[in-house]
Design a protein. Structure first.
Length: 303
């Protein structure tokens, strides 16, 4: 079990985020608390890991605990804002589910954190829904609140299963916070039950309540945009967006976090190119694991 503990801490160490004992345990394959506590105690005694302010980390740095406490507090306030925005977004045409993703879904926010949203739409109307929602995004710039409306990952009901199956996507899926449209969230989690291979102990939130009450204007718009003509509009919107984002990528434009801007699209998803950020995190994680498990200190500990 000690290897699993180290692997879990290594993943979150990439983000300088120490964990509580309960948090570590929920990401392990085994729920044997007695064995977990024994392994944790030995790792601490051997100074392979450290306890700082009630959190566990690979680094003995008090600043990590202080940073986490401050980030958790800020996230508490930011999640209230996220809930209000999600409720608003869920009233847009063809939107089925709105979840908080990114660092905020892990209950952390720093001064530069965005509010990231993962959105599920009705089948074959992702691009229509996305276009309506991004009109709101444009308006948010006028109020200086564009960081509250980072709608950067869309799927529709025909694209529920995430293609990239790895520790990064599994972590992002199991830590999503459903804010609106719980029926869609439930279907999404069922379509991605493969995440239990990585995190078998994760508890998935289910509900029979969709939480979706369609307002009158939404019903009218949806009726208009269910025609054959609207099918052509849907395809055109996808094509235009794809061309625009490819131009940004070719010009090597960067986002506010210094990452290259790149997006991949299909009729059933719109998402950041996994080669840009996702691949970087996975490589960093694998490098840390390899370095960590090759430590002579760990070799002695294993014997």
């Amino acid at each position: 079990m000690w290897q699993e503990i180290l692997k879990t801490l290594a993943y979150f160490d990439i983000f300088s985020y120490p964990l509580t004992g309960t948090e570590i345990l929920q990401f392990l394959h085994s729920g044997d608390e007695e064995l977990f506590n024994e392994s944790l105690k030995t790792l601490l005694e051997e100074k392979i890991i450290f306890e700082i302010g009630g959190f566990y980390s690979l680094k003995n740095r008090r600043i990590l605990a202080d940073r986490r406490i401050e980030g958790n507090l800020r996230a508490t306030h930011q999640l209230k804002t996220a809930q209000r925005i999600a409720t608003l977004l869920n009233h847009f045409p063809f939107v089925q589910t709105v979840c908080v993703s990114g660092s905020l879904s892990k209950n952390f926010a720093d001064r530069k954190s965005d509010i990231d949203f993962f959105i599920i739409t009705e089948a074959n109307r992702l691009w229509t829904a996305r276009t309506f929602m991004h009109f709101l995004k444009k308006l948010s710039y006028l109020a200086g609140k564009e960081h509250w409306f980072c709608m950067n990952y869309y799927i529709d009901e025909k694209g529920m299963e995430i293609i990239e199956k790895n520790i990064f996507t599994a972590m992002e899926i199991v830590t999503l916070k459903p804010m609106a449209g719980l029926d869609g969230y439930r279907k999404f989690m069922m379509a991605n039950s493969w995440t239990t291979h990585y995190f078998p102990q994760q508890q998935i939130f289910f509900s029979s309540n969709s939480g979706l009450k369609k307002v009158f204007i939404r019903r009218i718009i949806e009726k208009i945009f269910r025609s054959k003509f609207a099918d052509r509009i849907e395809k055109r919107l996808m094509t235009l967006t794809d061309k625009r984002w490819k131009k940004k990528t070719q010009k090597n434009k960067l986002n506010d976090h210094g990452d290259k801007i790149a997006m991949i699209v299909s009729p059933h998803f719109s998402k950041p190119d996994p080669e840009i950020f996702q691949t970087k995190i996975i490589k960093e994680y694998e490098m840390r694991i390899q370095k960590l498990l090759a430590s002579p200190q760990l070799f002695e500990f294993e014997k």
